[in-house]
Design a protein. Structure first.
Lengths: 538, 345
């Protein structure tokens, strides 16, 4: 089994100042809380990541943990999971004080964590992944059958369907996440921490996960659910604790909360969740896509004859379930992926697979996977801000870079786009998700462009940053850019788009007016159905 | 959304396709093996004596390659690339030779070889795990020290006890097969046993599961409490012991230590490991193939069957190595974390 005596990661053990405070309190039903955290404080050089944080969680309860990027959610759960040691404060599990000093320790205590980036080994089977570190044995050999049997039992008990002998790497993301949850349950976790579990899921997979969470809670598991998506918090949690700048600013019953009230608690001011925008004033056609066919990495044709146009001064939202060709569509338009058939023209320029030429024709691109396609992680914030312009004056000349000009631009953009970074010289990988995205938005939208292609521009980004990014996209539109928005969030599509184009199996199956079409009809179109009444073409 | 909903699991499907893909992966190996067997049978009808000489030599030549490749495999499966096998083999062979020579006991020689080579493995672990040194550089250090020290301290003219030739009664008299498989020195049998041992250990024990997990995704293993650093220390030290056995296997055929007697086998072993797709059974097949080419070239040189300078035959194993790496390397998928020091943050 696991062994918690491992030396700690993070700071060395020291005495806890808060430990002298009174003991644990009890839940409303008179039994001890499953988890009680009081006065938890964690300082890193230069920042107080958690400052006197309190929270409680009852058995069978789902607690939402909300907060902007950098509010201290990750630090808090890392202390619960033994990755960081608290500087001050106390944690009780079932009324007993705990002080996990490593993941192995936390697991032994009955704490399970589903990390945002799965901690799974692709070539191993589902069962092997689940039992790793606590493997059953039979006559000194690894008992593979026993492991598979046990996994099947737990999977049936909690309704998390998996096939234990499948190779993990072959499975879709949603199933892999179930394996992560099963890993915790196999270790008898009573407390499950889910760190932004829905960020990687399709809407269907999200619904399945929320149902699973309810089942787990009904089975007595306490769940801490970290997310940015207020709608999910309202759908599944019992109570919500909100962190802001390292402090817990309040815990509210979900039944009495609204998206607006939660957003306000998180950000500390009222947030306009509805995008404030005037009517579009569409000009001439900028982007024209005709009978486009594109193949994916496995040489399957995933864009199959898409046709649509985007005019100057309008936002066209591509609505669709992920995996219906959106990624390939966007990559073809930006010149990253070769076009198999059909044409893409941008104000008369025909795109033929060369990203820099496309950019030189005035195209801005906010990619779906910002870590992979949008930023160079170990480059500085400044260098990332000139990634598309570094080779041109005034940022370079005579074969040399002009770092002072780069620095001036970077400082200006950081200011203007509210990028929260200690300096323009730190590696961009050290910033939070929302601030990374702001770096990309600043780079792409600081100059007027003919066409803005924004793919999942607010994925994994906190509420305050979402508002900011949405306003930037509307501003680009109002300055006369054509904006193509691809998003898996229907809210975002309805909030921003002047016209909605629904993509299904690589074709644009309908173009509708968000003012007249219902969410249900768009949902039906996204699933390949036909609304009973014909949808007005926009 | 029925259109995109997928069944939660499709058990039979994936299990079936996995079996199929395993078969496909082994198909080329099985085909090569079958072709070699058929060829050997035909050749045996034609010239029994020479064929038996070649097949027996194939097995003998394969033994040190098997042990050395298993050394590389045990390390790399846990995420540490070992290019110091050549140096470890030399250190093992030299220590084994000197210990056996002075003590007059082969067993003492084997213990010394395994011990010293294991220490070299421990050094690699210390450099790669504790110091997070570049693993290629750490391996190169071992190669330089191994070649340098064993040449410097080399004493000409010493002898060691001869290795026994063990034959299995009853089986050794079988035509072709008897001489090929059942009449060898102890290290050749050891190599065969080690293939089985490492196979079972890798795929049917806790240690093996953890080794494979650490070699692919150490972060995942870390979050469930597997101690990565300790595992890598253990694996590299054990692997060092295997390279010591490989060194002894060289002594078994050569009869005495000689400067640079590994002649690149530590590197060829890496090609064997890659061609064998990081699986012990694959290593066995790949090492036999390399052994066969070695045996054929040796026999051609010995018989002077063709009027070609012997050096050209001597090139065959190396050319084969390049060819194998060029062909197999395209599809080879090493353990994902191989070569990267583990950093918990």
């Amino acid at each position: 089994m696991t062994d918690g005596s491992e030396p700690t990661k993070g700071t060395p053990a020291e005495t806890i100042a808060g430990a002298t405070r009174s003991g644990p309190t009890v839940a409303p039903d008179g039994s001890p809380w499953l988890l009680e955290v009081r006065g938890l404080t964690k300082r890193f050089p230069g920042v107080v990541a958690n400052d006197d944080v309190d929270l409680t969680l009852a058995r069978g309860e789902i607690l939402g943990l909300l907060g902007e990027n950098g509010a201290g959610k990750s630090t808090l759960v890392k202390m619960l999971f033994g990755i960081h040691l608290p500087d001050e404060g106390t944690m009780w599990l079932n009324g007993t004080e705990i002080r996990p000093t490593g993941p192995g320790d936390a697991i032994a205590l009955g704490i399970g964590m589903v990390h945002q980036h799965f901690q799974l080994v692709a070539p191993l089977t589902v069962a092997e992944n689940i039992v790793l570190g606590a493997e059953p044995r039979k006559s000194r050999l690894f008992d593979r059958r026993g492991a598979e049997r046990r996994v099947r039992e737990i999977s049936e008990q909690y309704g998390l369907e998996v096939e234990p002998s499948d190779t993990l790497g072959d499975l879709p993301v949603g199933i892999q996440q179930r394996v992560e949850i099963l890993k915790a349950l196999y270790r008898n976790a009573e407390l499950l921490i889910l760190d932004e579990p829905t960020a990687v899921l399709t809407p269907q997979e999200t619904d399945e996960l929320l149902a699973i969470m309810r089942d787990l809670a009904a089975n007595g598991v306490g769940i801490i659910f970290i997310t940015h998506k207020l709608r999910e918090v309202l759908a599944v949690t019992d109570r919500v604790t909100v962190l802001r700048r390292g402090r817990s600013v309040g815990t509210v019953d979900t039944s009495s909360a609204t998206t607006e009230s939660l957003a306000e608690l998180m950000v500390g001011r009222s947030v306009v969740l509805r995008v404030d925008k005037g009517d579009a004033a569409p000009g001439p056609v900028v982007l024209s896509v005709q009978n486009l066919e594109v193949r994916d990495d496995r040489r399957q044709t995933t864009v199959r004859g898409a046709t649509f146009e985007v005019h100057a001064g309008e936002i066209v939202g591509i609505a669709g379930v992920e995996g219906n060709g959106q990624r390939e569509l966007v990559e073809a338009i930006t010149g990253i992926r070769p076009i198999h058939a059909g044409t893409v023209t941008i104000e008369g320029f025909t795109v033929h697979g060369h990203p820099r030429t496309v950019r030189e024709h005035g195209v801005a691109y906010i990619p779906e996977d910002r870590e992979r396609d949008g930023l160079v992680g170990n480059y500085s914030v400044a260098d990332n801000l000139v990634l598309t312009e570094y080779h041109r004056p005034p940022y370079a000349g005579h074969g040399l870079r002009h770092t002072d000009a780069v620095g001036r631009l970077a400082s200006e953009l950081v200011e203007q786009f509210d990028v929260r970074t200690p300096s323009i010289d730190v590696a961009v990988s050290t910033l939070s998700g929302g601030n990374k995205q702001k770096v990309i938005v600043a780079r792409e939208l600081s100059e007027d462009k003919r066409l803005v292609v924004a793919s999942q521009p607010t994925r994994g980004v906190d509420v305050g940053s979402i508002e900011f990014i949405h306003n930037q996209l509307v501003a680009a539109r109002d300055r006369g850019s054509a904006v193509l928005l691809v998003s898996a969030e229907l809210d975002e599509i309805f909030g921003l788009a002047d016209r909605i184009a629904v993509i299904y199996e690589g074709r644009i199956v309908a173009v509708c007016d968000p003012a007249t079409v219902s969410r249900e009809d768009v949902g039906l179109l996204m699933a390949g159905g036909q609304p009973s009444e014909p949808v007005a073409a926009g | 959304m029925a259109a995109t909903a997928r069944p939660a699991t499709s058990p039979r499907d994936t299990a079936g396709s996995r079996a199929a893909s395993t078969l496909a992966a082994n198909r080329s190996g099985l085909a090569i093996g079958a072709a070699v067997v058929v060829l050997a049978l035909v050749a045996y009808q034609w010239d029994g004596v020479q064929t038996t000489a070649i097949t027996a030599r194939t097995v003998r030549e394969a033994a040190p390659l098997i042990l050395a490749a298993l050394c590389g495999l045990v390390g790399e499966r846990s995420g540490v690339i070992n290019i110091g096998i050549e140096g470890q083999m030399l250190l093992g062979a030299y220590s084994g030779f000197m210990a056996a020579s002075y003590s007059g006991s082969l067993l003492v020689g084997v213990v010394a070889a395994v011990g010293v080579a294991a220490l070299a493995g421990l050094f690699l672990a210390w450099a790669a795990v504790a110091l997070r040194m570049d693993q290629i550089i750490a391996g190169t250090v071992i190669n330089i020290v191994g070649a340098g020290a064993t040449s410097f301290f080399y004493v000409a003219g010493r002898t060691m006890p001869r290795f026994p030739q063990w034959s299995i009664p009853g089986l050794e008299d079988l035509p072709l097969v008897g001489r090929t498989l059942f009449n060898h020195g102890p290290l050749t049998y050891t190599a065969a046993v080690m293939v089985l041992v490492i196979h079972v250990a890798l795929f049917h024990t806790r240690w093996g599961l953890r080794t494979r997990a650490v070699g692919e995704h150490p972060g995942a293993a870390d979050t469930v409490g597997v101690r990565i650093e300790r595992l890598r220390y253990v694996n590299l030290t054990l692997a060092g012991g295997l390279s010591g056995l490989a060194g002894i296997a060289l002594l078994q055929s050569a009869g005495a230590f000689d400067r640079g007697m590994t002649a690149g086998r530590g590197f060829i072993a890496l090609a064997v490991m890659i061609f064998g797709r990081w699986r012990p059974t694959g290593v066995l097949g790949a090492a036999l193939l390399f052994g066969l080419f070695n045996a054929v070239q040796a026999q051609l040189q010995f018989k002077q069957a063709l009027d070609v300078p012997p050096q050209f035959f001597g090139m065959i194993p190396f050319i084969l190595t390049i060819a194998v790496l060029a062909v197999a390397g395209v599809k080879a998928r090493p353990p994902a974390a191989a070569g990267r020091p583990y950093d918990p943050e």
